[in-house]
Design a protein around this ligand. Structure first.
Ligand code: FAD
Length: 462
């Protein structure tokens, strides 16, 4: 078979699959190679299994809360093995859907690990997905690097080899009794919620005073309170210094000298672009010092005909962003009309219980740009007035003082991601506070609070 392509994509994850499918739909001759698992991080080691595990935790909370509504529910514990088996079945189903989608779109599918021989030639060799594959060579007019990212471990810590990362956490044989997470980005926060929700004694060690650096400060404070309510112990403004093995458990020493005993150390300290072994040195593709592929307009790298999309460019590491970049690139190269995506109002969610949702500017970002009006509220939802759970909802709008355009919306509370998707349309469209005010609410809901925020909380950035 002719092994020359109009477009060849390295990486069958969120961005790569979308790019390949759309390009093939435009009539291009397209191939895609995957080394490990179809669907990439999101399907196999990210969004999908994570959300399944978060959902698993919610049933425990609902069973407890049901008493306030008159139910008498007795739970007899949680079967970790059954959850993991169910999750793996669902992922297997999704893996097959991905290859089928590609083949139905007319994309030639390769299994193996690709590396550049030169800017238009790739060698494909055996990999975990295709351990027996004979080496192959393909050439292409254009090549897309969509190789994603890999989890980092904290360097320079004695005993760091005893820690796991999110890649391992999805396949633990049993739920550990005591878990310590290092790092408080969204992956650390979500897994703290998962382990605590499934009954583990959970603690977090992190450098900042509050978890979730980069999110709105009020949400970070609300999250710290919510963690308290969930019984998660926070060791904030602290670093991990040493991990020592003690039989099946570990003794951790913190920067302030405190010691913690735990059964599992989980590094959630960020992710690196996945460029190792790609042979980029045989191309003109340039990397930053931190190893991300440098891209210019339209995903173009420093090598003509070589493009990069998604997490390997380490910009906004989210599935819908990788998908949008892949789609846009395919349209640009082969389709003509390019949809006008706005990547500065990408909504974000953190699937803690209760979850967080955010879109647009935080209060601090808006204040740094000029005067901004802040509307904020904190309340107990009807559900928790009944359940008796000490859980609060926090909502906030950040509004440009002069134009009254809503620059940001933030929420911690049940259904925040679902609500934020709708509000993201309003923020992307540049609607004003008066557009929110003239919108009638849905009652009774938490979402209606976003259209009934009448009292200015404060004006900042003046
Ligand atoms: P990936 O999906 O990582 O795909 C890259 C693929 O390339 C991989 O399958 C890899 O095996 C393959 N590959 C690498 N090198 C080679 C090679 N040399 N040859 C062949 N194949 C190769 N995002 C969200 O939007 N929402 C979430 O809730 C969310 N939760 C997450 C939770 C966790 C724990 C993690 C780790 C990530 C999460 N993300 C989430 C981020 C999301 O998974 C990524 O942003 C997204 O998968 C990036 O897509 P991508 O196409 O850039 O790369």
């Amino acid at each position: 078979m002719d092994n020359h392509f109009d477009l060849f994509v390295i990486g069958g994850g969120s961005g790569g699959v979308r790019c390949a499918r759309i390009a093939a739909g435009h009539g291009a001759k397209v191939g895609v190679v995957e080394a490990r698992h179809w669907g990439g991080t999101c399907v196999n080691l990210g969004c999908v299994p994570k959300k399944i595990m978060v959902q698993a935790t919610e049933y425990g909370g609902w069973a407890e809360d049901a008493a306030g509504f008159g139910w008498d529910i007795e739970t007899r514990g949680h079967d970790w093995g059954r959850l993991i088996a169910g999750k793996d079945r669902e992922i297997g189903r999704l893996n097959m859907i991905y290859t089928r989608l590609l083949e139905n779109a007319g994309v030639r599918v390769f299994e193996g690990r690709a590396r550049f021989a030169d800017a238009h030639t790739l060698l494909i060799e055996a990999s975990p997905l295709a351990p027996e594959a004979a080496p192959r060579r393909i050439t292409a007019e254009r090549i897309v690097i969509a190789t994603g990212g890999v989890p980092a471990v904290q360097p320079h810590i004695a005993g760091q080899e005893f820690g796991i990362t999110s890649d391992d956490a999805f396949h633990l044989p049993a739920r550990p009794d005591r878990v310590t997470l290092v790092g408080s980005g969204y992956i650390g926060v979500e897994f703290a919620g998962i382990f605590a929700g499934l009954g583990a004694e959970t603690s977090m060690i992190f450098r900042q005073k509050l978890p979730l650096r980069g999110f709105d400060e009020d949400l970070r404070v609300a999250l710290a309170d919510a963690m308290e309510e969930r019984g998660i112990v926070r060791h904030s403004s602290t670093l991990l210094h040493r991990i020592e093995r003690q039989g099946d458990a570990f003794a951790l020493t913190l920067s302030d000298g405190r010691r913690i005993d735990t059964d599992l150390v989980f590094f959630a300290v960020g992710r690196h672009p996945n460029v190792a072994g790609l042979g980029l040195e045989r191309t003109g593709v340039r990397l930053t010092e931190t190893g991300r592929v440098i891209v210019h307009d339209a995903a173009q790298t420093d090598e003509d005909g070589v493009y990069a999309i998604g997490d390997v460019t380490n910009q906004q590491n989210l599935t819908p962003v990788a998908i949008a970049e892949g789609h846009m690139l395919a349209d640009r190269l082969f389709g003509g009309a390019v949809r006008d995506w706005r990547l500065d109002t990408v909504p974000k969610a953190v699937f803690f219980s209760p979850p967080l949702g955010s879109v647009g500017l935080t209060e601090a970002e808006a204040a740094a740009r000029g005067a901004a009006d802040i509307y904020a509220a904190r309340f107990k939802s009807m559900r928790h007035a009944m359940s008796g759970r000490n859980r609060f909802t926090t909502i906030k709008l950040v509004v440009d003082h002069a134009s009254q355009v809503v620059l940001g919306a933030h929420m911690l509370g049940e259904d925040a991601p679902e609500i934020m998707q709708g509000l993201a349309i309003a923020v992307t469209a540049g609607l004003t506070k008066s557009d929110f005010d003239r919108t009638v609410g849905i009652h009774p809901s938490s979402a209606e609070e976003f259209v009934t925020l009448r009292t200015l909380t404060r004006t900042v950035g003046t």
